[in-house]
Design a protein around this ligand. Structure first.
Ligand SMILES: [Ca+2]
Ligand SMILES: [Ca+2]
Length: 88
């Protein structure tokens, strides 16, 4: 099942296969509705968890964004704990 279909089914709270106004808001702005959070979380995990171990580690979290600027920044800070964590 694709992601939009899952989102649609979860938003369709009375299961009539149509979205009324309230349900459409759930579908179009899921991040504003707590009942949609489990699905957002699942989708975000799937997307970010590159090695599929069900955890998002820091490298997965920063992903492509962190390759240059962010890594340089992190390694050049005095936050030794973060540096150790990244390199371990
Ligand atoms: Ca409905
Ligand atoms: Ca992972």
């Amino acid at each position: 099942m694709n992601e939009d279909k899952k989102m649609f089914l979860l938003a369709d709270q009375n299961r009539d296969s149509q979205l009324d106004k309230k349900e459409f808001l759930l579908f179009s702005h899921p991040e504003e509705h707590p009942e949609m959070f489990p699905l957002i979380l699942e989708q975000t995990l799937n997307e970010k968890d590159l090695n599929k171990d069900s955890f998002i580690d820091f490298k997965e979290y920063i992903g492509d964004r962190g390759k240059d600027v962010h890594l340089f920044y992190l390694f050049s800070t005095k936050e030794n704990d973060i540096t150790r964590w990244l390199t371990s």
